[in-house]
Design a binder for this molecule. Sequence first.
Ligand code: SF4
Length: 473
Amino acid sequence: MVSNVLFFALSPCFGIISEMTTKELQRFLANENNDPLHAAFDKKVRVHPGVKGEPIDSQMIQRVWNDSLARKGKKQKRIAYFHIPFCETHCLFCGFYQYPYRIEEEKYYIDCIIKELEMVAHAPFIKYHPFHAIYLGGGTPTALSAKSLSRVLKAIYNTLPLANDCEITVEGRLYHFSDEKVIACLENGVNRFSIGIQSFDTLVRKKMGRIDPKERLIERLNYLHSLDQAVIVIDLIYGLPYQTMEIWEQDVTQYIKLGLDGVDLYQLNIYPGGRLEQAAKQGIIPPPADVHKQADMFARGVELLNQARYNRLSICHWGKTTRERNIYNILARKGRVCIPFGAGAGGWLKGYFFYQDNKLRSYYQRVERGEKPISMGMKWSDYSNLFRDIVGDMESLRSCNLRGIGKLYGFDLEDIFSPLLQQWERVGLIKMDSGWMELTLAGEFWQVNICQALIDYFALVVKEKGIKPGERA
Ligand code: SF4
């Protein structure tokens, strides 16, 4: 039972949270029910954990962007993201669909991305340090023609200083990803394909609006793999309608049989008001898996990949070979500099987040005027770097060096978080070891809740005590 009394009796660091009530604290704690995998929290946080920043006045955005590029900045690994917002079909579960693919539009869109590249080509910040990962995402980059893929990749190669071992990923699907397009990518430096499969099961795929049957997927993946020129990773989703546990096991097992370089296991996100939710509500499709079943599917996926001795590269990503490095995703999670290109792309540098115009017409107009087409800018909070270090470690290592990160920023994080850490350890979400917070299997499943709770709790405590970065609590 929750009472609204001061919470100092339960915590050794009552000095920090003396004003916090048990009610306030309760929202950060897990449920005490001996079933942390299925029911640690009432609701699952679905998006990446984050913290709100301060919006930049729209009149100032261009200046902030230009000023950020005008100076060299730190020698720090960088990445660049290119957004291709077109898809040939709209998959039922997808919350990322933006525009239908039209061949007559793609040339102009690629012209605009190339113009964006030319705008930044001579900026001191861009030239100062090599890029370590380039990611063409979407939407569906593989929907582009071979000619457009070549043009954009050549422009990237000729404009951005790329590290010799730069990871260059093209994301997409196998539908219409012809040999000619594959070769165009490989001839222009692509060394990683990230292919959305979601499920191999033909019925599940058909019901979700995917087109190729299982046999075709296997044939094309075998072809890509046989070229032996690039990392091949695939995405699988668990929790789709029609996808039983047996089908899910077959999905993961099929991936293992193919011997590909890497795999992401993503839980299905049901977007409120989205097409999948509507179809399920209207009884057109059966409901997708609930959190309880998703937890079981996650656990089974982890078990199968562990049995196959795959390398765990993050909470949801495994690599089979040393070829797979997952650099873009790891650096993005850690908040390393990311330069955005294309309509609807997001990026960040020098303490600012930038989101580019996602409306094609205004995106085109702004690029034509020689403007970086940013529609929204945000200054990160004072603690964003600390949070990004925590989240980056939790997502990539499944553990986090609270003691080390705390020292870096001048906070005793073990002390600040102690009420949460003690309770989470007791209920089986984490284990503490010499300042490291390590996630259990249940903790991995609820990792986004845990990270968001740490961020929100820290902000609350720091606000209450008025602690500044660099000061001890
Ligand atoms: S899953 Fe991929 S191909 Fe399907 S709508 Fe979403 S972005 Fe487009």
